[in-house]
Write a protein that binds this ligand. Structure first.
Ligand SMILES: Cc1cc2nc3c(=O)[nH]c(=O)nc-3n(C[C@H](O)[C@H](O)[C@H](O)COP(=O)(O)OP(=O)(O)OC[C@H]3O[C@@H](n4cnc5c(N)ncnc54)[C@H](O)[C@@H]3O)c2cc1C
Length: 398
């Protein structure tokens, strides 16, 4: 949708194909963070030693369905490779280059939608319950700081002064002023769709089955029709991999399923997003209530949701926010489109010079959405983008 926005803004005639244009995918229900400070990739040098503990913990941040494991092995091997110290440094620099533009690009998009007031620049507070946990993340904080991310370390009492709903458990916290959040991600996509319709962007509610290469790229649709255009952008989230494969472009892309629980009436005040750093989940105060979101579950695109994981998040959150009710939240599951190196795929197909890719944003798909659309519009117009996009190319998986 952000690609459609920037392409239409560039004067192009755009058609969006989505089997469910007003749907409920990741962009509808995410945690609403424009998480500029998140430049550290998921794979880390010593992470491998923590994975067994997480997998064994039913409340833990990671789950993997055993039947899904064999098909995931190439992705996992590449994930481990991305965790080498020099790779982490390279990836952080690339994420930082994207994220540095994210706030301004998001504001430009929201302003066009008359939603500029929906971007809240209140920063975020990352909280820790143990000194060991805080010290284990020292390298990550140092890496963020090397990329210009401002961080201020405070103790538990100072954290409770800022956020009185936090319990005694919290020992340390880090203030991240460059983090911002939107009032409601669903409102952003709904308004964006209305805006695009008013601007003459066409929506075709059909499933794309395959890309067909020809002089003009075309997409074969489930209703039997074929839609051709001067250029084509594949931006189908976690489903993009097999569309790229129909053009023989290889990518390592997993659905990293995440869960949320949104409390319309949480009974506690949270003033800014909270990041529970040791357990890898967040709480965002949205206009529609308090959203507790996180978890990484690898089970493939088709497996049914396991909403127990959303309830587990609430149990974990209640340790930090004792006033949070156990019941009454609305659960949701979304499929993050995740690459093993935490970098999105933004660029031209090596198989067809008029097919472009914009997917694989993992945990940062809202944050990097407008920036991706903006960069992509430059590529489609055959202009040089203001950022070298070669490290984001799908060719890295070739
Ligand atoms: C729990 C959770 C919390 C998150 N929190 C944040 C956050 O706070 N900040 C942040 O930046 N990111 C966050 N994310 C990540 C972010 O939501 C995603 O990266 C982003 O929404 C992906 O956007 P997308 O447009 O690529 O994919 P999606 O939003 O999944 O959209 C893909 C679209 O493609 C359509 N589609 C797929 N296949 C086809 C096909 N064959 N034919 C036609 N249409 C098709 C689908 O119907 C869908 O509308 C979170 C994700 C989760 C799950």
């Amino acid at each position: 949708m952000a690609c459609a926005f920037w392409l239409a803004n560039d004067g192009r005639q755009v058609t969006v194909v989505d089997r469910d244009p007003a749907g409920d995918k990741s962009s509808f229900g995410n945690a609403g963070a424009v998480a500029v400070p998140e430049v550290v990739p998921a794979s880390q040098p010593r992470l491998v030693w923590r994975i067994p503990g997480w997998l064994l913990d039913p409340l833990g941040p990671l789950a993997l369905r055993p039947s899904h494991l064999p098909g995931m092995i190439p992705w996992l091997l590449r994930f481990l490779r991305a965790g080498r110290t020099e790779e982490v440094a390279r990836i952080a620099a690339l994420l930082s280059a994207l994220n540095r533009r994210a706030q301004d690009d998001m504001l430009a998009l929201l302003t066009s939608l008359d939603l500029q007031g929906d971007l809240h620049r209140k920063g975020a507070l990352a909280v820790y319950e143990t000194d060991v946990g805080f010290e284990r993340d020292a390298d990550e904080w140092a890496l963020r700081q090397r990329h210009g991310i401002r961080c201020e370390v405070i103790d538990g009492d100072a954290a409770r002064e800022l956020e009185p709903s936090l319990g005694a458990l919290v020992r340390r916290a880090v203030i991240m002023p460059q983090w911002s959040h939107v009032s409601d991600p669903k409102r952003v996509v709904d308004r964006l769709r209305e805006f695009l319709l008013q601007r003459g962007v066409a929506f075709v509610a059909s499933e794309a089955l395959a890309i067909e290469a020809g002089e003009q790229p075309a997409v074969r649709l489930a209703d039997g029709t074929r839609l051709a255009g001067a250029s084509m952008v594949v931006a189908a989230g976690a489903w993009s991999g097999w569309l790229a494969a129909s053009l023989h472009d290889r990518v390592l892309l997993e659905s990293e399923r995440g869960y949320n629980m949104t409390f319309a009436a949480p009974g506690i005040d949270v003033h800014r997003p909270l990041v529970f750093a040791e357990r890898k989940f967040v709480a965002t105060p949205l206009a529609i209530g308090l959203r507790i979101g996180g978890a990484a579950e690898f089970a493939g695109l088709a497996a049914p949701a396991n909403y127990e994981r959303a309830h587990s998040l609430v149990q974990s959150a209640r340790r930090y926010l004792p006033g949070l009710p156990a019941e009454g939240g609305m659960p949701w599951m979304g499929q993050r489109p995740s690459t093993p190196d935490s970098l999105p795929v933004i660029g031209r197909s090596p198989r067809h010079k008029r097919v472009f890719y914009a997917f694989g944003h993992g945990h940062l798909g809202l944050t990097q959405s407008s920036t991706t659309g903006r960069l992509l519009a430059e590529l489609v117009a055959d202009r040089d983008p203001p950022l070298d996009l070669s490290p984001f190319s799908i060719e890295r998986f070739g």
